[in-house]
Design a protein around this ligand. Sequence first.
Ligand code: ATP
Ligand code: MG
Length: 140
Amino acid sequence: MFKKILFPTDFSDISKKALEHIKQLKAAGAEEVVALHAIDDRTLIEAGYVDSILEQLKDQSQKSMTDLARELEDAGLRVQTFVRVGVPFAQILAMEKEIGDFSLVVMGSHGKSNILDALMGSVAEKVVRKCKAPILIVKR
Ligand SMILES: Nc1ncnc2c1ncn2[C@@H]1O[C@H](COP(=O)(O)OP(=O)(O)OP(=O)(O)O)[C@@H](O)[C@H]1O
Ligand SMILES: [Mg+2]
């Protein structure tokens, strides 16, 4: 039923919690996970965009993705990982369109900002509004 899962992650504790749920979805028929991290180019521009910063962020993200992939593979799932640069919600929706046949999107209700009063973060909210596949929002 939940054969192919899109997992957008900002590597926050809350998205790690979402990862634990994905592992459990193996029992509900999950076979394959596409993990995506988007490096937000708007923060790069605010930080006075420097190529070396982008390269460092890409390296760090790739390393985190390798660890994450290993964890999911150990749980018996096939994994593809992507690190993209752009506006996170737009990259997530673009990936859904690009790959096309997701049976589920799994993400955290909040991420790195984790604002106390917010029902959910802005990335989660925009993806809930616009994604085509069913979505599982894992609460903090
Ligand atoms: N850059 C990103 N790339 C991929 N997925 C992301 C990214 N940022 C957030 N997500 C996903 O969205 C979930 C919710 O994070 P979100 O960014 O919406 O909340 P927040 O950081 O608390 O608030 P905000 O970003 O609006 O200040 C995360 O748990 C993660 O699954
Ligand atoms: Mg965020």
